[in-house]
Design a protein around this ligand. Sequence first.
Ligand SMILES: [Zn+2]
Ligand SMILES: [Zn+2]
Length: 765
Amino acid sequence: MEKYNHKKIEKKWQEKWEKDEPYKAEDFSKKEKSYLLVEFPYPSGDGLHVGHPRPYIGMDVIARKRRAEGKNVLFPIGWDAFGLPTENYALKTGIHPREVTKQNTDNFRRQIKMLGISFDWSREINTTDPKYYKWTQWIFLQMFKKGLAYKASVAINWCLSCKIGLANEEVVDGHCERCGGETEKRQKEQWMLAITKYADRLDKDLDDVDYLEPIKIQQRNWIGKSEGAEISFDIKGRDEKIDVFTTRPDTIFGATYMVLAPEHQLVQKLKEQITNFDEVEKYIKDTKKKTEIERTAEGKEKTGVELKGVKVINPANKEEIPVFIADYVMVEYGTGAIMAVPAYDERDNDFANKFNLLIVESNLVDKDEVIKKVNGKKVVKYKLRDWVFSRQRYWGEPIPIIHCQKCGSVAVPEEDLPIELPEIEDYKPTDSGESPLVKATDWVNVKCPSCSGEAKRETDVMPNWAGSSWYYLRYADSDNDEAFADEKNLKYWTPVDWYNGGMEHTTLHLLYSRFWHKFLYDIKVVPTHEPYQKRTSHGLILAEGGEKMSKSKGNVVNPDEVVENFGADSLRLYEMFMGPFDQAIAWSTDNIVGVRRFIEKVWRINEKVKDIKSNIALDSTIKKVGEDIETMKFNTAISTLMILVNEMEKKEEIAKEDYASLLVLLAPFAPHTAEELWEKLGGKDSVLSQKWPEYDEIKTIEETAQIAIQIDGKVRGSIEVSVDETEEKVKEKALRDENVKKWTEGKNVEKVIYIKGKIVSIVTS
Ligand SMILES: [Zn+2]
Ligand SMILES: [Zn+2]
């Protein structure tokens, strides 16, 4: 038999798949549907590195198994292609972002196809395609009409080098997530989406979905639901009150001071009364430079300034207490004011110690009762804020709004969608902080759709989270020009049955898309209240040294080279075998050699295949491989196959049916090789259309036996082994036994004899 030649085999089958399209999903098939989804990539100029395909391969294994189980699988792919890196690259090179996007997607597509991932390419989508973003704009308009998209002057995070407003989630430790540059707070008119209106449901409905527990926890923390009370404290000598929010109204007798966020509007109102206003003002100024994380980090040194001359009355015990401003209280959270209870709260305690404030261990009181007594009210608060939806850049979806002096912000009529990005020469950000689209005056100046007067288009564009907030719906009906997807298609395909993606997207993309989906459900254009039934995550692949792969560090491993040298099937198997799927792991090119040898073994065993009766029990293997794939334990599924192949290697002859089962089990991991060997075997159709093998549960139950261990003629212990265990393994296990070690310590083991199912006898000298 000829040698295993990955280049020849992979080229042959990829051409066939390209022609036959065996992975095309069928709308409305009678078969049970299974919608499997991976996060569509951002097509960067660097192409794929070996970390990108890990989730694609993992879900591909599952997709292939589902097809073998007779399901109608939808496993689509597309491009999340708006955004800054492309725009910045375009600025540097002078090539239009559209052209850059085309080059990058062409390269990504080539690379993904090279790996033999079973995507349904007929449904490929691209968020920068006007046919696609027409519907992103349409959804925005529906939100605008329902009052969920609104304009507000907000303090936004401003990246000094990108000259762009960033969402809180895009700022990491005070630095821009994109360029690493410094950010500051700026007050700016922005489009906002009222995600907070959905906070309660986004939290509660997590009970209805099957997400990995850490994902649920992360979302819940981000939403930050807390139940408590709002209580008013009178300001001494004034006819005014300060409302505080507390989750512990029962501790109110221990409240010995109050803290306001430095931005709290009352601070300015009380200016005249505050005797140390200079000091206060300086503190407010310093706070502006700090990020939220710096302000609220646990264990950080507490700072603050007393508002001298101001006292408030604790409504529970009528005592006068001092008022401070401190940066650990955030103005957006709760009421921006807290009653500080240093005896029961760690942060308040740190603060009280630093400023020598009273710490009173009061009796706790009935909750409900005290709220009534002080005229408070029960409330639920969330940490979640509304979503800053404006970007002052070029390469994004234009926000479909027209500003008219007379009518205000007016929705673009739906029949005018999509509002396409105009061609402009210069898409450099402006120094005023406005979008470069302001320079496209022909595009900007329009008639007001409502009064026909002079009006201007909105020049802000959407953030790159927009297109990905609903893309999974488009796959259900990707060519539709009448709607983002037909109702019938949505009913057949959604919700997504299984969605795998990065843990880093849990609080951004995953939450945003759940919010959009719930809105679409409310306006009755999608049939389910949650978009994804199940969500799992994969770990990153790190560079050989254990660091994150990055172009700047020069440690990126390119899959083109790996495929050239070892083949796509070796890369696929290696990425699934290298370690637990949900954990980060370092790449090792040396270790690919091992899986490559495994494939070659499978290849050679083909020569021993004969028309004989089955001579290997496969039940346990089939069971284990199947169960491990379902729980994404791909690494142990592969080791199970390796054990089977080792066993086959030792046999003189292999039954055709046993080898066929091996190929069907191997096909999800190494589809090209499995397909080629299936053909050589004379198998019917394709290995891909074979039924997933069945097993007999009874035969998977291992029979075990207790084996006595004799050392120099005396029984010194026993071990439990499977009755089918090889002699070698039993001896190994016996020698590793703690008792045996004790009795053989310092001695020379001369002979070990195993009498099957009965005794291990060890002779020492
Ligand atoms: Zn930046
Ligand atoms: Zn008007």
